[in-house]
Design a protein around this ligand. Sequence first.
Ligand code: AMP
Ligand code: GLY
Length: 432
Amino acid sequence: MQIKKQKILIVGSGGREHAIGWKIAQSKRASDLYFAPGNAGTLELGTNVTISATDIPKLVEFAKKEKIDLTLALPDDPLALGIVDEFQKAGLHIWGTTKAASELEWSKAYAKEFMKRHKIPTAKYEIFTDFKKAKTYVEKGLVPIVIKASGLALGKGVTVAQTREEAIKALENILIKKVFGNAGNEVVIEEYLSGIEISIHAISDGKNYKIFPSSQDHKRIFDGNYGPNTGGMGVIAPLPFMNQTMMNEIEKEIVMPTIKGMAGEGRPFVGCLYPGVMLTKDGPKVFEFNSRFGDPETQAYMRILETDFLDIVVASLEGKLNDLEIKWKKDAFACNIALASGGYPGNYEKGKIISGIKEAELQPDIIVFHAGTKTDKDKITTNGGRVLGVSAIGATLEEALKKAYKAIEKISFEGMQYRKDIGKSAMELTKK
Ligand code: AMP
Ligand code: GLY
């Protein structure tokens, strides 16, 4: 049967959006790809539209005018603003979580209470709006302790405090100084979980779900997991130290009750559920929920996914995920290493000329995904904190990492920084 070619709009501008676009460009279904707003990499796959990912009325207008068949809403902000609800109201096809379903991500307070209701393992916690009460709680509690702004805070709202002073300072910043604005109207104070941090992704149609291979992001800026948190400095997938028994436990304890619980509460979860999971000595525990694909995780997934990505999205939208087998490359590992601007995740300059992307891609099994880039006349320049994601695949994780690091040697821009130890702790753990 001839499948009708589609016009696809991808909302977002990071490495995740480029990687999904790259995969969709190979789909039998896609015809024209549009990115809003996209980057220098997505420009090679389709058309970049100068509309911000959060300008929902303009995106609706564009999708109507261009007769877009399907929109993919990928970043957290537009989902939290209700992009899916607005598109649906306008009679447009869109994939992503509704505002109600994505509350699992945009309100950590909601997520914690949801987990309590559904007995999903997570860190012990209390929620506060009052600084004095929160301070008293910290003064009586143990350290380390974790302080979280409840709302979306560009990945910067979490402090793992080693001392009470540090914890109280974080509370002051959130509740009194309002450094995260309304995202800090509530704080979650959480027990510190020690263990191995991994990323789980499950795509759902509201009822059924399919779990992706496990992956691991590296969130701190410096080698050895030091320095401030970033959007993610590198990723590996699948994790060689995970086995099917551990994945089954995560499914039974976390994914299944979450999808079932959301449906039961009248918020069917159609989209990608991405729990951050800590493997503790007492079993896997959720330390956060995201209601979208992770970045950089997705940049690794797209390299090892064999199934047509649009088949997965359509099955998710049509409630038919149980009828679809998602295939992954056999015996293949993927990695992705972020090349970031000097100064990131603090202040950094933009507009640095990038050289060597083509040369890097001439190396075996390398694809360079763009994140913060733009075209300036005939040059590609830096335009964000995380600039590029250099991805590789290999028969072993070690091989994939070797290829990626070798390719990076070809790329340069002023101030470029990256972690040299992506995948190192996973490989050490696997040897044990
Ligand atoms: P998030 O912004 O929620 O991804 O949190 C940022 C980072 O803080 C995570 O990647 C974890 O490393 C860490 N984190 C969050 N919650 C906890 C917790 N309860 N215990 C230990 N570390 C945590
Ligand atoms: N991997 C980090 C994130 O997508 O939030």
